[in-house]
Design a binder for this molecule. Structure first.
Ligand code: HEC
Ligand code: HEC
Ligand code: HEC
Ligand code: HEC
Ligand code: HEC
Length: 172
């Protein structure tokens, strides 16, 4: 009897633990991006700035993910060699097809939280790296939903910078 009880509790703890880890790490959503885009290559070798591609960060709520037109500024199908690599092959297939590259937006905060890039990038004059410190080093997209920062992170900076800590500033 005692053994069964321990066993049942043990299974409960494991299942609960897995559910919590799953909820924190991914909220159960698979997010395989259509191309295994490499940030590190574009920032190191190509020397690009974040806002070359995320053009709306300074002026809009969302930073946005670039469409295929922008990729074509640098990647010309006719000038690439035959063995350009599997990720470029995917890019060229999207270029030939109708519609845009179906990027998924995975870097989000909770749905009831209001966050504006314009307010922080232009209003607060903050660099992207302040809040996305690891992005420039990623060689492939993160596979699952990422919580960019916790409420404690938001509030710590707001207190430092004298920005609002009123619940309703962020929860509208
Ligand atoms: C301003 C120029 C520029 C823009 C814009 C650009 N790239 Fe690149 N990209 C480069 C350079 C430079 C390299 C490294 C040399 C190479 O592999 O051609 C590269 C490499 C790549 C590679 C091969 C590296 C790998 O890891 O497989 C892929 C795939 C790629 N880019 C996809 C994209 C996509 C998708 C877009 C649009 C969202 C894009 N690029 C926009 C300049 C650019
Ligand atoms: C050459 C274009 C390019 C440059 C330069 C670039 N990005 Fe990106 N970024 C993309 C593309 C394409 C995606 C979607 C695929 C992915 O997640 O890797 C993306 C995704 C992201 C995401 C995740 C969006 C989501 O919801 O999944 C963040 C955050 C991000 N970029 C921040 C940055 C920051 C910060 C910099 C500068 C350090 C930067 N990017 C530079 C093209 C670019
Ligand atoms: C003060 C912190 C902060 C700064 C500065 C910041 N971001 Fe973000 N970023 C966030 C948060 C928080 C999210 C999730 C927001 C949401 O759910 O709307 C996010 C989401 C994103 C996303 C995915 C969703 C979208 O908005 O399209 C991209 C791409 C991105 N950021 C790029 C950038 C780039 C590029 C810069 C610099 C020009 C930048 N961020 C500056 C905090 C920041
Ligand atoms: C690194 C510092 C920093 C971080 C991190 C940060 N903020 Fe801010 N935030 C600021 C600054 C500075 C301002 C004031 C900008 C201005 O003067 O326009 C601001 C303003 C705001 C405003 C407007 C407040 C008002 O009075 O209307 C909201 C909403 C907001 N931030 C939400 C968030 C959320 C949500 C997060 C976390 C996901 C966050 N911020 C993370 C620095 C930060
Ligand atoms: C500067 C922005 C900011 C302020 C101010 C703020 N919050 Fe938050 N809050 C967030 C963000 C971002 C999240 C989601 C990330 C997380 O759970 O850590 C969150 C999550 C929460 C959650 C969890 C809800 C959920 O969706 O899981 C509660 C409850 C909450 N906040 C209550 C409050 C209360 C009460 C106040 C005022 C005392 C407050 N918050 C002030 C940014 C803020």
């Amino acid at each position: 009897m005692r053994f069964i009880l321990v066993f049942v509790v043990g299974v409960g703890v494991v299942v609960g633990g897995v559910a919590i880890v799953y909820a924190i790490a991914g909220r159960g959503e698979a997010a395989d991006q259509p191309i295994a885009f490499n940030h590190a290559v574009h920032l190191d070798s190509a020397g690009l700035k974040c806002n070359t591609c995320h053009t709306e960060a300074a002026t809009q709520t969302y930073a946005g993910i670039p469409g295929k037109e922008l990729c074509l500024d640098c990647h010309d199908v006719d000038e690439e060699s035959d063995d350009a690599g599997p990720q470029k092959e995917k890019l060229f297939a999207f270029v030939d097809a109708d519609g845009d590259i179906p990027w998924q937006r995975v870097a989000l905060t909770k749905p009831d939280v209001y966050f504006s890039h314009r307010r922080h990038v232009t209003g607060g004059n903050l660099d992207c790296e302040t809040c996305h410190p690891a992005q420039a080093t990623l060689t492939a997209p993160p596979p699952r939903t990422q919580l960019v920062m916790t409420m404690d992170d938001c509030i710590a900076c707001h207190e430092r910078e004298g920005a609002s800590v009123d619940c309703l500033a962020c929860h509208r």
